[in-house]
Design a protein around this ligand. Structure first.
Ligand SMILES: [Zn+2]
Length: 100
């Protein structure tokens, strides 16, 4: 007999041996894109974060690393200027999977 909550809905294994949550974290893929605002200024956008706390910390570190301004929005980070290549390298070094 199985009680609700004992078995993972995704893989069917008992929760204590299930690794679905870990895999989900490893499989988080961030997307980097460039947006041009109406007034013609480029912004680099990084999307794919699930954790708002991590997002804010990441925004702070990225702004420092890229020496630019930016904001943490709900679910994404915007940096002023086109920093796609630098941001991609920076995130890859930290173990994030990046596309775009
Ligand atoms: Zn599972």
């Amino acid at each position: 007999m199985r009680l609700a909550g004992e078995v993972c809905d995704t893989c069917g294994l008992p929760k204590e041996v299930c690794v679905c949550q870990d895999l989900e974290t490893e499989q988080t893929v961030l997307r980097i894109s460039m947006d041009t605002r109406r007034y013609g200024k480029a912004v680099t956008r990084i999307e794919g974060f699930e954790d708002t706390g991590a997002l804010k910390e990441m925004a702070r570190e990225l702004k420092r690393a890229m020496a630019t301004g930016g904001t943490a929005k709900k679910g994404w980070i915007e940096l002023q200027g086109d920093h796609r290549d630098e941001v991609k390298a920076w995130l890859s070094q930290r173990g994030y999977r990046v596309e775009g």
